[in-house]
Write a protein that binds this ligand. Structure first.
Ligand code: PGA
Length: 247
């Protein structure tokens, strides 16, 4: 199964979310393309809106971009995993490099969040990635394997976990697209260590309609985690079609 999804990051009003969800629901009214598992991660403000438009039988898995590890309490500004689940999220994005860099997310808090997500029966989407200097110095594999090991520390059953390898140098408008040879070694290492234990291992970072196919052909890649190129629903649907053509 190829998991293909997008985080909208800090984008979209409710009107924009409604428009996207309405078009997506119409396009997938006969179900998801064979072999593809779609997922959408709106901002928290829009999860219930998107849930209600997609409806209970939608093939789309909904997610949240972050959640706290505690079930409830005095944590101003945070959202717990049970609250996310109550709003309709079935997946929790954890440890995106933007959260590690700008919001003090550490390997320790990532590990706590992965555990909390699994404890409540949701899927963690664990994001890992190395900075450009580490890539340039040839340290990508060691960096990524250490990040994943720290995030999964103390967890025996990782079968519901999704891992997204997203090199920091490839993410966002200042990122550069990865070539297959840039990411092959990391996927070989992740696949050898986790390929038969986790749900899927995804690639993210400047994925677009032009490079999706060659990325999905890299051995060990089981899906795509996309930002900008999937923020318009037509762009997302095209990525689903590309994944389906290879499934
Ligand atoms: P991008 O974002 O596709 O816009 O580079 C990817 C991500 O941050 O997951």
């Amino acid at each position: 199964m190829s998991w293909v999804g997008t985080s909208w990051k800090m984008n979209k009003t409710l009107a924009e979310a409604r428009d996207y969800a309405t078009r997506l629901a119409a396009a997938l009214s006969d179900g998801a393309p064979a072999g593809v598992q779609p997922f959408i991660i709106p901002p928290a403000t829009a999860i219930t809106t998107v849930r209600d438009i997609l409806g209970p039988d939608s093939p789309v898995v909904l997610g949240i971009q972050n959640a706290h590890w505690a079930d409830a309490g005095a944590w101003t500004g945070e959202i717990s995993v049970p609250q996310a689940a109550d709003a309709g999220a079935r997946l929790v994005e954890i440890g995106h490099s933007e959260r590690r860099e700008f919001f003090a997310e550490t390997d320790e808090t990532v590990n706590l969040k992965v555990k909390a997500t699994l404890a409540h029966g949701l899927r963690p989407l664990l994001c890992v990635g190395e900075p450009g200097e580490v890539f340039a110095a040839g340290g990508s594999v060691a960096h990524i394997m250490a990040q994943v090991a720290a995030a999964l520390d103390g967890i025996d059953d990782v079968s519901r976990v999704l891992i997204a390898y997203e090199p920091i140098w490839a993410i966002g408008e200042h990122g550069r697209e990865a070539r297959p040879e840039d990411i092959e070694a990391v996927f070989a290492a992740l696949d050898a260590a986790y390929g038969d234990r986790v749900e899927a291992i995804l690639y993210g970072g400047s994925v677009n309609q032009g490079n999706a196919e060659e990325t999905l052909r890299v051995p060990g890649v089981n899906g795509l985690f996309v930002g900008r190129s999937a923020w318009q629903v037509d762009g997302y649907l095209e990525l689903l079609r590309i994944a389906a053509s290879l499934a």
